[in-house]
Design a protein around this ligand. Sequence first.
Ligand SMILES: NC(=O)c1ccc[n+]([C@@H]2O[C@H](COP(=O)([O-])OP(=O)(O)OC[C@H]3O[C@@H](n4cnc5c(N)ncnc54)[C@H](OP(=O)(O)O)[C@@H]3O)[C@@H](O)[C@H]2O)c1
Length: 271
Amino acid sequence: MLKGKNIGLVGGGNMAEALIKGLILSKICSSDRLFVSDIRSERLDYLKRTYSIKAFKDNAEMVSQSDIIILAVKPQDIKTAISEFRDALRDETLIISIAAGITTAFLKQCLAKKIPTIRVMPNTAALALASMSAISKGPYATDGHLEMAEALFRGIGETLVLPEKMMDAVTGLSGSGPAYICLFIEGLVDGGVKMGLTREVALKLAIQTVFGTGKLLKETGEHPAILKEKVASPGGTTIFGLHALEVARVKGALVSAVEAATKQSQALGKK
Ligand SMILES: NC(=O)c1ccc[n+]([C@@H]2O[C@H](COP(=O)([O-])OP(=O)(O)OC[C@H]3O[C@@H](n4cnc5c(N)ncnc54)[C@H](OP(=O)(O)O)[C@@H]3O)[C@@H](O)[C@H]2O)c1
């Protein structure tokens, strides 16, 4: 499906690098079919040197040679970037945007042409090829385009196709989620240090506990509430810890975090 397609990334920052790495490692795309453009020469030199891909200073020059464009600039730079390459687009080119809060309706308006668009919300775990990427079909995109986007993003982790109206909530949960988990890990580490562990030991214990629990839930398909009940034996240590978390309303705080981030994503999309 992606065979023979040239893939061009506009913006060569963190997410672009994760995608480049994932696409090459997973053999979804060979380096000779991967292109990147950026305004920063040092980023282009680095990506070219590290991944043996073709790098362009000029967005339009790269776009004219690409079948699929991945927009990987910051949301506030989308409009400018599109204006720089719009005239070089061919009608059959597919545009995939990963910019937070940028709707496909906005892309359509900026493109001012009948170009198929797809919106994807990955997360920073893409750097470890463990992203959760939600994918939505935009104007003029076909099921074939959707399949291409899924194939690309499977290179950096898991994918899920969802209606675009859910993208703000996705941003609030899995898009911003890695930061919540980091805060949670920091808390566990401080707790370990308070109870006499070295910071190094506490960090190793906390990271593996979060990683292992996620892996366990994923592999068994067990509901978290069931697993939690299983490990909280009567009068044991875990139920005392869980009680402290409930008193501190940690679960409610997480609900509020997802809600606040979702609302911010909605607000950014309206700007
Ligand atoms: N990072 C995440 O966890 C995450 C998660 C989900 C989605 N996203 C989305 O992914 C996108 C990229 O994020 P990122 O963290 O990779 O950003 P980033 O590291 O800042 O990378 C963007 C790159 O694009 C360059 N750039 C700016 N204007 C350009 C233009 N007109 N043409 C070509 N290149 C241009 C930037 O240069 P300057 O720095 O000089 O401006 C920078 O090198 C964002 O839209 C973000 O919302 C990110």
